[in-house]
Design a protein around this ligand. Structure first.
Ligand SMILES: [Zn+2]
Ligand SMILES: [Zn+2]
Length: 135
């Protein structure tokens, strides 16, 4: 019998009705982006089992990453409309030490274009992209 399968780590963005707040790390205005990561067992390329779900929040201002209270994360993933409170967040890393599942943001010094793709040059104006290093 053939066994074609594997375990992969996935990540998924969760819709969050983002409201603007003042970031406690960089002092600028930012929004939360919510992600879920999980391990996924696939058989014959069909995902059959997901586990080890973890929820993360990234700020749009400086890219700081927080781990989100899993209860709150699960409720957001179900589409519930609730606010993320500072007490639900555990600081993981600043913008310059992102977890492996996430690329750093590169920003063009010429036109301000931002991308998380692994580009060296700006696709819009051709200038060299700089990795954004807050703090
Ligand atoms: Zn910030
Ligand atoms: Zn540019």
């Amino acid at each position: 019998m053939f066994f074609i399968g594997g375990i992969t780590q996935g990540s998924k963005e969760i819709a969050y009705r983002a409201s603007v707040f003042v970031c406690s790390r960089c002092g600028r205005y930012g929004k939360y982006e919510v992600f879920m990561t999980y391990l996924c067992l696939s058989l014959f390329f069909i995902p059959v089992w997901k586990w080890n779900r973890r929820y993360y929040v990234k700020t749009t201002c400086c890219g700081s990453v927080y781990e989100l209270n899993p209860e709150v994360g699960a409720r957001l993933a179900r589409g519930e409309d609730l606010d993320i409170m500072p007490g639900d967040l555990t600081f993981v890393s600043g913008g310059n030490e992102l977890p492996a599942w996430q690329n750093p943001v590169r920003q063009c010094q010429g036109c301000g274009y931002e991308t998380t793709e692994n580009f060296t040059f700006c696709p819009r104006c051709g200038q060299r992209l700089e990795e954004r290093r807050p703090e």
